[in-house]
Design a protein around this ligand. Structure first.
Ligand SMILES: [Zn+2]
Length: 67
């Protein structure tokens, strides 16, 4: 029984700690697009202002999203 193998450990890009995937969530940028996967405590800090990353306008993005 190798239960350890089933644990999905990631490094939080914000605090650089090892965190289980189940303890992480994607932040959203100012347009609601998934930005990066961080641990819950970083998520709360990062999302306090409403979005993660830098504010940008649609004009800065060259990606076509179908909504
Ligand atoms: Zn973190």
């Amino acid at each position: 029984m190798n239960r350890q193998i089933e644990r999905d450990i990631r490094i939080c890009p914000c605090c650089n700690k090892e965190v289980e995937r189940g303890e992480m969530d994607f932040t959203r940028d100012c347009h609601g697009i998934a930005f990066r996967l961080v641990c819950f405590s970083c998520w709360e800090k990062l999302m306090r202002k409403g979005f993660d990353g830098e504010y940008y306008s649609e004009l800065d993005e060259c990606i076509d999203y179908e909504y």
